[in-house]
Ligand binder design. Structure first.
Ligand code: SF4
Ligand code: FES
Length: 226
């Protein structure tokens, strides 16, 4: 199968390169990338770790859509065109800069805030199944960046917090054990927060974990108006 890959390095800039990869049953796009690096061109740069849809590091654009390379079967395609994620600066080939993406997560305080609980004296905090259900889906985010790569607000305002960080803010605000809602609502109400979203809904469309960041943004908007 033909693998057409958009490559980049500082010396040559951006260019396309095509490789012929022998396909076996159940082979994924990530298997093909490893085949190329191990057999055809050991300079090809891409990220991967878990190979099972957990770490989020292998997200790339495959035939025009952001997907996890380790979860995308080659049997779906006649040929594959692979590019780095949009809205992220390219470091080399398919490897993109994620520091800004993680810094945005940090800004929304993605952890439980409860001044009465300390790590030194932990106390069990019971939740009902209903309380768990209120935020559980949003805990499944693997920080792959697929949602941010298709976000028109992220494309036009670099400081926009973006769908993943905002979904994370909602995840903690919806947690019955958390006491940081007001702090987070102040952060997400700023001009680079929930009101910057254009409601394109593409983030929810491409998320490999079926999280709905667009829904989280709408729920946060509602909370900021109360
Ligand atoms: S919300 Fe979905 S697409 Fe966005 S970073 Fe999390 S897992 Fe990836
Ligand atoms: S290698 Fe971890 S999600 Fe693909």
């Amino acid at each position: 199968m033909k693998f057409k890959i958009k490559r980049f390095n500082e010396k040559n800039g951006s260019y396309w390169q095509t490789f012929e990869v022998p396909v076996r049953t159940a082979m994924t796009v990530l298997d093909g990338l490893f085949y190329i690096r191990e057999n055809l061109d050991n300079s090809l740069a891409f990220r991967a770790s878990c190979r099972m849809g957990i770490c989020g590091s292998c997200a790339v654009k495959i035939n025009g859509k952001p997907r996890l390379a380790c979860e995308t079967q080659l049997s779906k395609f006649k040929e594959v065109k692979i590019e780095p994620l949009d809205n992220f600066a390219v470091i080399k080939d398919l490897v993109t800069e994620f520091e800004g993406f993680f810094a945005k997560h940090k800004k929304v305080k993605p952890y439980l805030i409860n001044p009465k609980i300390s790590y030194e004296n932990p106390v069990e905090q019971i939740q009902t199944p209903k309380q768990l259900k209120a935020y559980y889906d949003f805990t499944l985010c693997i920080k792959c960046g697929a949602c941010y790569s298709v976000c028109p607000a992220g494309a036009t305002l670099e400081s926009y917090l973006g769908p993943a960080a905002l979904a994370s803010a909602y995840r903690f605000n919806a947690d019955s054990r958390d006491h940081g809602k007001e702090e987070r609502l102040k952060i997400v109400s700023q001009p680079n927060g929930v009101w910057r979203c254009h409601s394109a809904m593409e983030c929810s469309e491409v998320c490999p974990k079926q999280i709905e960041p667009a829904k989280a943004i709408q729920l946060l908007r509602r909370a900021t108006l109360r």
